[in-house]
Design a protein around this ligand. Structure first.
Ligand code: FAD
Length: 363
């Protein structure tokens, strides 16, 4: 792994950056593009060894035709290669974008903490520190897979894995696989697994199937609902909990095989299967936890941004608890299209804060 120059704003320099962006996925790249357009000094610190954000870690069997669309980054055209692997096509697109727009991405740097000192923000990664007036957090969710706890989980003798580590369907051929979760990932996993394995599906709630098209109007309603939660400081809801689920042509075979007949959540896990409250037992070889992700924001803990309701309260993309901090790719902007727009809003928030503080106005 090549060590990169620490870049401006690092402790060896005297410079104080206008802003620092954490994460070079869709949200961080969009923010960086708009910061640059506004002439704001910044660096983007990214934990990955290569461009691509979380997309480089998506499972190999996920083709571009399987993803729900990757929105174009600002001033560019999104990739069109339906048969291409998402974990190759999108990272290549991001790499070209970083290069063509000469974005100041520094990697691999995993930020440990952000603290505040004398009115400035100090971002630390291992033994390095960057100093900035503002911060744009774009660290996504991929590094924080969420697995709920169920009694007996640790006694299971089969294989348990999360979507984060899903390798595609082939290793599960001929096995009995239980998929847990009511989101788009569960639907996609079942679509691939059912033709090669014996599958079961459990969800906490009855899934809501959408038969109509995903219209721009529905998209706006979804974003407004998640935005409202975040404005109140609640933890952001999953977008699917609001949009409902849809089957695509590549999932019709699984549907025909009955893979989408869902069972309610089991009560406990036993060494060779799962048991429901009414005594029903199903033997399974594998449990796939398609149970989502949580915002990767532990490095922001010292800034005490969380509201008593458990989420980070936002006004647009601005953290209400500290208006120097912008969050992009969080809550309503946790999609490629939302992340894009949030990058622009965040850059405006940074510019407003810097000009107001330079003019001595209350910020
Ligand atoms: P990411 O792409 O995750 O980028 C975050 C970056 O921050 C990463 O490079 C990470 O390494 C870095 N980082 C994290 N922590 C640190 C740290 N402490 N220090 C430094 N760097 C750090 N959206 C769609 O629009 N269409 C889809 O089809 C779609 N499919 C999805 C499928 C799955 C399984 C998942 C989980 C999400 C999907 N989404 C989809 C959502 C979408 O991927 C993201 O919301 C969107 O790409 C925005 O990405 P991001 O920039 O917020 O995060």
């Amino acid at each position: 792994m090549t060590e990169v120059a620490a870049g401006p704003g690092c402790s060896t320099d005297v410079e104080v950056l206008d802003s620092l962006v954490i994460g070079a996925g869709q949200a961080g790249l969009s923010a960086s593009y708009h910061l640059r357009r506004r002439g704001l000094d910044h660096v983007v610190l990214d934990a990955e060894a290569a461009p691509g954000g979380a997309w480089q870690h998506r499972w190999d069997s996920l083709a571009m035709r399987d993803v729900h669309g990757v929105s174009a980054l600002p001033d560019s055209v999104s990739p069109t290669d339906p048969e291409g692997r998402a974990n190759v096509v999108v990272p290549a697109y991001f790499a070209t974008y970083e290069r063509e727009h000469d974005l100041p991405v520094v990697r691999p740097i995993r930020v440990d903490t952000v603290t505040e000192h004398n009115g400035l923000l100090l971002t630390r990664a291992a033994d390095r520190t960057w100093t900035s007036r503002t911060l744009v957090n774009a660290s996504g969710t991929w590094s924080h897979p969420f697995v709920p706890r169920y009694p007996g989980m640790d006694t299971f003798l089969g294989e348990q894995l999360h979507t984060h580590d899903y390798p595609g369907p082939l290793p599960f051929r001929g096995r009995r696989v239980l998929v847990v979760g009511g989101g788009a990932s569960a639907v996609q996993h079942l679509g691939e697994l059912a033709p090669v394995a014996d599958t079961l599906w459990v969800t906490r709630r009855e899934p809501v199937w959408r038969t109509d098209d995903f219209t721009p109007e529905l998209g706006r309603r979804v974003v407004a609902l998640v935005e409202e939660r975040v404005r109140r400081g609640l933890p952001p809801a999953s977008v699917v909990s609001v949009t409902g689920l849809a089957l695509r042509p590549q999932e019709r075979e699984a549907e025909r095989l009955g893979a989408y007949r869902r069972l309610p959540m089991f009560e406990s896990v036993e060494p060779d299967g799962v048991r429901w409250a009414d005594g029903r037992f199903e033997r399974v070889d594998v449990i796939v936890w398609a149970t989502g992700f949580r915002p990767a924001v532990t490095h922001l803990a010292p800034l005490r941004l969380r509201s008593p309701s458990g989420g980070i309260q936002l006004d647009g993309t601005t953290a209400v608890a500290d208006r120097r901090v912008q969050l992009v790719g969080y809550g309503p902007s946790a999609s490629t299209i939302g992340a894009n727009r949030a990058g622009r809003t965040a850059a405006r928030g940074v510019a407003d804060w810097i000009s107001a503080s330079a003019a001595g106005l209350p910020v």
